[in-house]
Design a protein around this ligand. Structure first.
Ligand code: HEM
Length: 389
């Protein structure tokens, strides 16, 4: 396996990781990424295969479970119940409960609400240049996921703050301050959710939290800790990735002068510049993948954004083509961990982009947008735009 050295905190790489992916793909299905000390699947075919291979998964083999330092325990105690970090049978049970409350009918019924929210946010756009992330890309998913879960919208700022602090734990450059902030945010988030669940137990409504509580009480063994983690996961996963897809997508559409938001255009936005580039899998038994052998305890990273730019899967992959037909992109993962929120994210993106370009046909970039200086979330720092005339 060819070795590649690339610092994940190198600013030019973080701004544009695609040239690195191109070099990596030229080396075959896998590369060895020195800084992560890990094999990475980089071709569309191999990323697709690894995500679906049940001989691998997200849960760490018990004999390799790291000792968690006491000061980080609150964070990892929450993670311990996250479906994203579990495999069957626990994963199946938690995911099934969420899917029961997250039906395609529930999601489709949100469309008028999403549309009205988008219009209200656009009504409040200032005349002078403004950050579209703050005014639009962030509030759309935050408000919608809060409403779906039944969490009061006036807590949205807290949720964003807690969520940002918690997901910072996944970055390559973790500092004691990042850890301390994440622990404080976890404590606040858990306390808030515990209180909120107690309230919903007394007065259930038709929100997702009440549905999950009802499932718990009908003996399907969703413990209170699982319930709390599931809500935190949905709130965290539910807004950050969508916000950055909306930000990156608006930038791409503006740069290419595309304002016709078809279903294919939305899918191309999701393929072209997704926010989450790397997800790992543990290997559970000895396997051969292509020309490479792996053994239990190895880890494999799937470089989702590299797979999306594979010329064996897509014609002219580096070109943004809103009419593209082609294989399903890998931005939402695949296999049993395929993003639970994909139908919601797609609906939000479709409506938010449609309404934005319908209402603001003269929307313009005011500066060249810069990506945030982190690899774990490939998203813009800000997206300064003007409504035009
Ligand atoms: C464009 C926006 C989004 C992107 C790009 C995205 C991406 C992903 C990816 C790549 C995974 C799979 C990780 C893996 O295989 O290891 C995933 C899982 C997940 N996503 Fe999303 N996501 C988005 C929006 C959402 C939304 C809106 C929600 C919730 C409302 C959500 C909830 C989840 C959950 C709960 C999982 C874990 C599923 C499991 O482990 O079975 N995501 N997402």
């Amino acid at each position: 396996m060819q070795e590649f050295s690339q610092s994940p905190t190198d600013p030019p790489f973080v701004q544009n990781p695609y040239p690195f992916y191109e070099k990596a793909r030229a080396a075959g299905d896998f590369i060895w990424w020195t800084e992560y000390d890990m094999a990475c699947a980089v071709s569309h075919k191999m990323v697709h295969a690894v995500l679906r291979d049940r001989r691998m998964g997200r849960e760490c083999p018990p004999e390799l479970a790291p000792d968690i330092p006491a000061h980080l325990a609150p964070f990892y105690n929450v993670e311990a119940h996250s479906m994203l970090e579990l495999e069957p049978p626990r994963h199946t049970r938690l995911r099934a409960l969420v899917l029961r409350a997250f039906t395609s009918r529930t999601i489709a019924a949100l469309a008028p609400d999403i549309r009205a929210l988008c219009h209200a946010l656009i009504d409040a756009f200032p005349a002078e240049p403004f950050d579209l992330l703050t005014y639009y890309a962030q509030p759309v998913p935050v408000v919608i996921i809060s409403r779906l879960l039944g969490v009061p919208e006036d807590r949205a700022d807290d949720l964003v703050r807690w969520s940002n602090a918690m997901v910072a734990m996944y970055q390559a450059r973790r500092t004691p301050q990042i850890e301390a902030d994440a622990i404080a945010a976890t404590d606040d988030f858990v306390t808030f959710m515990r209180g909120y669940i107690a309230q919903r137990r007394k007065t259930p409504t038709n929100d997702l939290i009440s549905t999950l509580i009802a499932a718990e009480e009908h003996g399907e063994k969703l413990t209170e800790d699982e319930l709390i983690t599931t809500c935190i996961l949905l709130l965290n996963a539910g807004h950050e990735a969508t916000m950055h897809t909306l930000g990156n997508g608006t930038k791409t559409l503006l740069e290419h002068g595309v304002t016709d938001i078809t279903e294919a255009a939305v899918e191309e936005v999701i393929r072209f510049d997704p926010p989450l580039h790397m997800f790992t899998r543990w290997v559970y038994e000895d396997v051969t993948l292509g020309a490479h052998q792996f053994k239990r305890g190895d880890q494999i990273a799937c470089l989702l954004a590299a797979a999306n730019r594979d010329s064996l899967a897509y014609e002219n992959p580096a070109q943004f083509n809103p009419a593209r037909k082609g294989p399903q992109n890998t931005s939402f993962g695949g296999g049993i961990h395929f993003c639970v929120g994909a139908p919601l994210a797609r609906l939000e993106l479709q409506i938010a982009l449609e309404v934005l370009f319908e209402r603001c046909p003269d929307l313009r970039l005011v500066e060249t947008p810069q990506y945030g200086d982190v690899y774990h979330f490939h998203g813009l720092e800000r997206l300064l735009v003007t409504k035009g005339v």
